[in-house]
Design a protein. Structure first.
Length: 548
C-alpha cells in the first residue's frame, strides 16, 4: 500500500491498440490523492480512451504499459478483482446522463443498487442512502426526485443524479468524462462548484476529461494536453495556460471565436423576420382521470416580439427550458403559435391559407442548420443527394447536370472541393470529420438561396478549434451573401462573436433585448449578468475585427 505522498494513480508508458491501429502512444502521468487533474484535447486525442482504459472499460482495446492504482497494476488484475475496484475505489461520471442512466428505473433505484451490490445494505437502508446522496448534490426535493425517472429530470438534475450514483461507492478517484458539455453555462458552473465542494469534503482525486480550457482554468490543479494520442505538454494549470510551450496548446488557447462582422447597419428599412406578440402553448397530458375532461397547458413562450434586418444576426440565449428552441420552431413554422410571424413580409398564416405552394414558397426563404451534424445528415445518402435534395423539390426544372453544378458551387462556398476530397459528391457523412459534416449541413441549408438561416446551436457539438472555423465561415457567408441569422445558443462567447442584437430568455419570457455589445457590456437584468459571469467573459479581451 502507498503512503499519502505517493501517487494514487500512475500511468506509465501506456499504449492502446485497436487491431493494427495504435490510438495512444506511450502516455505517462500520475494523480496524487486529493488532486484535480484535467486531460485536455480535441476529439480523437485519446482522452476518454486513456481514462476508461484505467478500468479496462474500452471494448476491443489492447493495452500495454502499466496502470498502477494505489500500487496495484490494473492491466494485469483478474476481471473479478477489477470488478471490485470499479465503482468502489474508482467511479465514473459519463458525458451524457440520458444514455448512462437506465430509463426503466427511477434514479433512486439506480443509486440504491450501488449500496445493495457494493455495500451489501438492505433495500430500505439503501434507499435512505440514495436519498441522502441526492441531497448531498443539492438536487431540489431529493425524496421526490429519487422516485423520478431520468426523462422526468432536467439536464442539470440528471447530471447531479449521475454524480450521486458515483459518490454512492465512496470512491478515492472520480473520473469525470466531459461532465458539463451538454449543460448550459450557468449549470456548468453549478456542477463544477458541486464537484469541487464534494472533492474537498471527501478528499477524492478527480480526473477530468474535457476540451474546455475555461473549465480547466476554473477547476483543475494540473493539466495534461493530448494530441492524436500523444502527450504534448503537462504541468500546473497556471503555467501551461499562461505560458504554453507546445504549438498545439497555443492553438487550443487561440481558438476563441473572433468578432468579424459588418457592424454598421445599412439604410435598408426591410425586415426579413418580424414577430409580434408570439405565444406558444403546449397541451399537457392528463395526470388523472378527472383531467381527461379538463385541458391543461404549459406556456413555453410568452408575448415575444422582435425583428431581424437583412445581413444581421439576432442571437437568442438562455438556459434549457427558457423557450429559445420553441421560439425557433415557431419561426420555422413548425409549431402553431399565437401572434404573427412573418418572413420577408409574408406570414405563416397567409402561407398556410394559400395551400401547398404558399408554404413551399415561404419555406424556401428560411432554412435551418441543426446542432448535431452526426444526427442531421442521413448516413445512407451521399453528399450530392443530401445537398441537392432541396433543389429537386424547389427547382424541379433543373436537369441532373445543372443540379450537380449548383451543388459543387455551394460546397466550394463552404470550403469543400473535389481537390481536397476526390469523389466528394459520392462520399457519405461518416467519411468526414465533425466540422466538415457541419459545412455540408450549411451547404444543404444555403442551396435554395434563403434570406434567413436559423442556426440551432451550430457549434456546440464541435471541438473548440472547429467551432472557430465554422463561426468564421458563417461570418464570411453573411458578408458575401447578405444572409440574416437567427442564432440559438447557450454559449456567451458565440453571442459575443456573432450577434448584432441579442434576446435573453428565461422561463418563456424575454427578459432583455437590444444591441449585443451594449447588453454584454452593461446588462440591465440580473439573470443576464449571471449568464455573463458564469461564462467568465471579459468584453475588453474579446478579439474583434471590425469591417466598415
Amino acid at each position: 500500500m502507498s503512503n499519502a505522498s505517493d501517487s494514487l494513480l500512475k500511468i506509465d508508458n501506456l499504449n492502446v491498440h485497436f487491431g493494427a491501429r495504435q490510438v495512444v502512444h506511450g502516455v505517462s502521468f500520475d494523480i496524487k490523492p486529493g488532486e484535480k487533474l484535467a486531460l485536455v484535447g480535441e476529439s480523437g486525442s485519446g482522452k476518454s480512451v486513456i481514462a476508461l482504459s484505467t478500468l479496462r472499460l474500452v471494448p476491443g482495446a489492447r493495452l500495454s504499459g502499466r496502470i498502477d492504482f494505489d500500487g496495484t497494476d490494473l492491466t494485469s488484475l483478474p476481471e473479478r478483482d477489477l470488478t471490485a475496484v470499479r465503482g468502489r475505489d474508482v467511479a465514473v461520471i459519463f458525458q451524457e446522463p440520458m444514455t448512462a442512466l437506465n430509463p426503466l428505473y427511477t434514479v433512486g433505484e439506480q443509486i440504491a443498487e450501488v449500496y445493495r451490490v457494493k455495500h451489501r445494505l438492505g433495500s430500505r437502508e439503501a434507499w435512505a442512502k440514495a436519498v441522502e446522496r441526492l441531497a448531498e448534490t443539492e438536487i431540489p426535493e431529493p425524496q421526490r426526485r429519487a422516485r423520478a425517472y431520468p426523462h422526468q429530470l432536467s439536464g442539470g438534475q440528471r447530471q447531479r443524479a449521475m454524480i450521486a450514483m458515483a459518490l454512492a461507492s465512496e470512491p478515492r478517484l472520480l473520473i469525470a468524462d466531459e461532465p458539463t458539455t451538454a449543460l448550459d453555462v450557468s449549470l456548468r458552473l453549478q456542477i463544477l462548484d458541486l464537484l469541487e465542494q464534494l472533492q474537498r469534503s471527501r478528499g477524492m482525486a478527480v480526473l477530468m476529461i474535457t476540451h474546455d480550457l475555461n473549465l480547466v482554468h476554473r477547476f483543475a490543479d494540473r493539466v495534461v494536453v493530448l494530441q492524436n494520442g500523444r502527450l504534448v505538454e503537462q504541468g500546473a494549470v497556471a503555467a501551461v495556460l499562461h505560458r504554453p510551450q507546445h504549438p498545439y496548446t497555443r492553438k487550443l488557447l487561440d481558438s476563441r471565436p473572433v468578432r468579424d462582422l459588418v457592424e454598421e447597419q445599412t439604410h435598408d428599412d426591410r425586415r426579413v423576420l418580424r414577430a409580434e406578440h408570439v405565444r406558444v402553448d403546449y397541451r399537457l397530458p392528463a395526470a388523472s382521470f378527472r383531467e381527461l375532461f379538463r385541458q391543461r397547458y404549459f406556456n413555453a413562450v410568452q408575448d415575444a416580439s422582435f425583428e431581424l434586418a437583412p445581413g444581421r444576426t439576432l442571437g437568442i440565449i438562455g438556459e434549457s427550458g427558457s423557450g429559445k428552441s420553441t421560439l425557433a420552431q415557431a419561426v420555422l413554422g413548425l409549431l402553431r403559435a399565437q401572434g404573427e410571424i412573418s418572413i420577408c413580409g409574408s406570414s405563416w398564416e397567409a402561407a398556410k391559407a394559400a395551400g401547398f405552394e404558399g408554404k413551399k414558397a415561404l419555406r424556401r426563404r428560411i432554412q435551418v442548420v441543426f446542432q448535431d451534424p452526426y444526427a442531421s445528415l442521413s448516413p445512407r445518402r451521399n453528399v450530392q443527394d443530401i445537398v441537392g435534395e432541396a433543389l429537386a423539390f424547389h427547382e424541379p426544372d433543373l436537369d441532373a447536370g445543372q443540379r450537380r453544378l449548383r451543388v459543387l458551387e455551394m460546397l466550394a462556398a463552404v470550403g469543400l472541393s473535389h481537390e481536397q476530397f476526390p469523389g466528394l459528391l459520392e462520399r457519405h457523412p461518416h467519411e468526414f470529420s465533425g466540422g466538415q459534416r457541419q459545412r455540408i449541413a450549411i451547404a444543404r441549408a444555403l442551396i435554395t438561396r434563403p434570406e434567413v438561416l436559423v442556426l440551432d446551436e451550430p457549434t456546440s457539438a464541435l471541438d473548440v478549434t472547429i467551432q472557430k472555423q465554422v463561426l468564421t465561415l458563417l461570418q464570411k457567408l453573411q458578408k458575401t451573401h447578405g444572409l440574416s441569422y437567427f442564432l440559438i445558443t447557450h454559449d456567451m462567447e458565440v453571442i459575443q462573436a456573432m450577434a448584432h442584437e441579442v434576446i435573453v430568455m428565461r422561463n418563456g419570457n424575454i427578459v432583455e433585448y437590444g444591441r449585443a455589445q451594449a447588453i454584454l457590456e452593461a446588462p440591465k437584468n440580473p439573470y443576464t449578468r449571471a449568464l455573463i459571469d458564469a461564462a467568465g467573459l471579459s468584453t475588453a479581451a474579446v478579439p474583434v475585427r471590425q469591417v466598415a
